[in-house]
Design a protein around this ligand. Structure first.
Ligand SMILES: *Cc1c(COP(=O)(O)O)cnc(C)c1O
Length: 461
């Protein structure tokens, strides 16, 4: 047993270079609190029974320094950290959806630390409108004359209905009154906007005539919703957008389409991702379309509203706009992402698009390299097998992209335990369990993370 009296005073400790370095890093207040904490704990330990390796003041001070540094490091850790997404779910809502393109991240880093012309008209030298940002690029890539950006697509739906249908009826098919995920239900959002939900048709079949029969002087618009995360198969019918637009034109009613994913590319992947194209809806005459910025589009979280000038100006000037608008970082990341599309480079530079289009051969090369590098691992055996990746994020229901998986068979213990250990690594690896094995799908691992992934796996004991 050592006497607690050998413990150095807090003042003495604060003279030590290592503690001063901690003060520079974390500030004197946090360091003082941590020092008191650690010293208190150590004093109780020394007063207790049992042998202590600490025999003099210098040893005590070193131990306090070490523990204080580690306590501060843990206490100051941000809760949001990078993870490796090896799930094969491309637009993984729980993992932050779309990873940004290099150019978007670079632009944000360049602009975020300074002032920007967010609401300033540089030519006129006076106050401008933030809603001009991204509008030109959105017009270019969708063909719509006007555009507005809000916080996410749920906000876009709310705002569009509030601005165009408050106190009046929005006609919607019973087959499109869907829940998107996280409890986001289209009929609930419609009610929150103040629009009156006028349901027509049945779950599996709704015809243009059903919409026509519901039109009255209370009707504000026709709403069409992309069912996103589910598919009705078999005996089904849904009017084409052109037919709804023609109906709307007869009664001077706008057709609003909630597209969900925001697909901007007209060529489909080998996996058959068949999401509606924004430009096609605009061309078909939808007055307003809305979609997410961080699903298939592959940009920052945002809700994008594109369409004709008149409805867009009502949307832009609605009081809710102020509550739903986005900041300079979102505009910056979105503009940089859209620029990749405008330049025709998105297929190689936007991560979501690149992952969607990666071939099984490309993935197999990376999977095989990884399996080779961890061959003979003490904790698991690695093989490469075939499997499927998914789009996720409520996009492309039923789409299954063929992939090659690195399958980890534990040499002892269960797949559940191994999967949990992978989540505890730095950076955490989020994997899937299939047939009692852990599987890693490199489709969603950024190629520049392959080495990090190999190193983390190799370090597992
Ligand atoms: C994803 C989705 C939403 C919600 O979009 P967020 O950007 O997550 O708010 C709304 N409607 C449809 C059809 C969707 O697919």
């Amino acid at each position: 047993m050592t006497t607690p009296r050998i413990l150095p005073s807090i003042d003495r400790l604060r003279q030590r270079p290592a503690v001063r370095a901690l003060e520079t890093e974390y500030g004197p207040v946090a360091v003082l609190t941590a020092l008191r904490d650690v010293t208190g704990t150590l004093r109780r330990e020394l007063a207790g029974p049992g042998l202590s390796p600490i025999e003099d003041g210098e040893q005590a001070a070193t131990a306090i320094e070490r523990r204080t540094a580690s306590q501060l490091a843990t206490g100051f850790e941000p809760s949001l950290v990078s993870v490796i997404n090896a799930t094969g779910v491309i637009v993984h809502t729980n993992l932050g959806r779309a990873p940004l393109a290099e150019s978007a991240s670079r632009r944000v880093a360049q602009l975020a630390t300074g002032y920007v012309n967010l609401e300033y008209d540089l030519a006129a030298g006076r106050r401008g409108s933030r809603s001009v940002h991204a509008e030109g690029l959105l017009s270019r890539v969708t063909g719509a004359p006007a555009a507005v950006v809000v916080n996410n697509n749920a906000a876009a739906v709310l705002l569009v209905l509030a601005a165009l249908a408050q106190g009046r009826e929005a006609i919607i098919s019973r087959g499109e009154l869907v829940e998107i995920g996280g409890g986001f239900r289209i009929p609930d959002v419609m009610r929150q906007s103040g629009a009156l939900v006028r349901e027509v048709g049945t779950t599996n079949k709704t015809r243009t005539a059903d919409y026509a029969a519901a039109i009255s002087d209370r009707t504000a618009l026709i709403l069409r919703v992309h069912p996103s995360n589910f598919r009705i198969e078999g005996f089904t019918e849904r009017p084409r957008l052109d037919d709804l637009v023609a109906l709307g034109q007869r009664f001077e009613l706008p057709v609003v389409e909630n597209l969900g994913s925001g697909n901007l590319l007209d060529d489909h992947t080998p996996g058959g991702v068949d999401e509606p194209l924004v430009a096609a809806s605009v061309a078909a005459g939808a007055a307003v379309c809305c979609f997410s910025g961080d699903k298939l589009l592959g940009g920052p979280q945002a809700g994008i509203i594109v369409g004709a000038e008149e409805p867009l100006s009502r949307i832009r000037t609605h009081p809710l706009m102020r509550a739903l608008r986005v900041d300079k970082m979102t505009y910056t990341a979105l503009e940089a992402t859209l620029l990749e599309y405008a330049r025709g480079r998105a297929r190689t530079t936007v991560p979501v698009v690149r992952m969607l289009r990666a071939t099984t051969e490309e993935i197999d090369v990376r999977a095989t390299a990884l399996a080779d590098r961890v061959a003979g691992h003490p904790v698991f055996e690695a093989n490469v097998v075939s499997g499927v990746s998914t789009v996720g994020g409520g996009g492309a229901p039923g789409s299954a992209l063929p992939t090659r998986l690195v399958r980890l068979t534990p040499r002892g213990g269960s797949a559940v335990k191994l999967e949990a250990r992978l989540r505890g690594l730095h950076p955490p690896i989020v994997a899937r369990i299939e047939h009692d094995r852990v599987v890693l799908d490199l489709r969603t691992v950024l190629p520049e993370q392959d080495d990090q992934l190999t190193a983390a796996l190799s370090g597992l004991e």
